[in-house]
Design a protein. Structure first.
Length: 341
């Protein structure tokens, strides 16, 4: 336990007998003294809830923003990407379990970066547009992320986060003050899936998506399609219909191919399943993309009006070829909604 890396947590309440209840996410863990929450980073220290990963990170890199994935937020840009360890979900299929399923008692490779260190690094790369909180679940490091984001916004940097969306409404609203863009994982559209495969629930994630939209922040969604678990076409249609109704037809949806990892041994998703779901989603949504499918046209951005290729992508090489800096299609002149250039 390193006292100098502790930060008194926001969003908790004290209980009798030195217990505390965290109120950051819907788990609302009740912790005896000395115990960690489900997330693996927030601990009850003698009756005070603390974040034990304050200014401690596991990964920091300049990434193409498409890697988040964010396809409609400054496409082709670099963004400084910062991540830690831990997660408040326990996904059996986690694609990044080395970081997400670790906790502060088991992980030994932290690096110390102060808030100012992260801000300075964001400025070290001239082409960098800002800071992205990613790799593991960023909301569990709320205090650190909040302070970095607040300072970043004060200095004109862009801020983004990649999250599972499992956060309580009040912390989310505080975070929305200093966050420009989100990619939220919508892992399935059945609560039973969330309970069995992630040890969480669906409704809080849907509420997060609606709140982000209400606050008019840039939003993209990722759905990892897993054979036999969340690949029912009719349930997927329900999900797409919900996105269309609650979030709008211009909401960006990324369909990502699953590969066996962590505790999951189901074979990888057939490309044909992704292509089928792509067609279903395009019936209601203008901007749908395929991830981890080699040779697919599903990475290109097309004009919803005339079909012209606006942005072409090959891996993480991005070319703005059919869209003007004013956000209009060079073919038909249509203004492209939900695109930040």
């Amino acid at each position: 336990m390193f006292l100098f890396f502790m930060k008194t947590a926001l969003f908790y309440r004290k209980l009798d007998n030195n217990k505390v209840q965290c109120q950051l996410c819907p788990h609302e863990c009740i912790l005896d003294a000395g115990k960690l929450g489900i997330c693996g980073v927030r601990r009850n220290v003698t009756g005070t809830l603390v974040n034990e990963t304050y200014e401690r990170i596991a990964a920091i890199h300049y990434d193409p923003i498409e890697k988040k994935p964010l396809y409609h937020f400054y496409p082709g840009s670099l963004i400084l990407s910062v991540g830690g360890i831990g997660c408040n979900l326990s996904c059996s299929f986690c694609q990044n379990c080395d970081l997400s399923q670790a906790d502060v008692d088991s992980y030994n490779w932290f690096r110390h970066y102060s808030v100012e260190d992260v801000i300075n690094m964001a400025y070290d790369q001239p082409d960098n547009i800002g800071i992205s909180f990613t790799y593991n679940e960023p909301t569990i490091h709320f205090e650190y992320m909040f302070e970095i984001s607040r300072e970043a916004k004060a200095r004109g940097l862009k801020t983004t986060m990649v999250s599972n969306g499992f956060i309580n409404p009040e912390p989310l609203k505080q975070l929305l003050r200093y966050m420009d863009a989100f990619n939220i994982d919508l892992k399935a559209f059945q609560d039973d899936f969330y309970k069995k495969q992630t040890k969480s629930s669906l409704d809080p994630v849907l509420n997060t998506l609606k709140t982000i939209r209400e606050y008019r922040k840039h939003l993209e969604i990722t759905n990892l399609v897993i054979p036999t678990l969340n690949d029912d076409p009719e349930v997927f249609r329900e999900m797409v219909s919900w996105i269309h109704k609650e979030l709008g037809e211009n909401t960006v949806l990324h369909l990502s191919r699953y590969f066996p990892h962590h505790k999951m041994t189901i074979p990888s998703t057939p490309a044909s399943t992704l292509e089928k779901f792509y067609k279903i989603a395009k019936e209601k949504l203008h901007f749908v993309y395929l991830g981890n499918v080699a040779g697919s046209d599903g990475q290109q951005t097309h004009c919803p009006e005339c079909g012209k290729v606006l942005i072409s992508r090959l891996g993480y090489n991005t070319t703005l070829e059919g869209i003007s800096q004013a956000g209009k299609c060079k073919g038909c002149g249509a203004f492209i909604e939900n695109m930040v250039l």
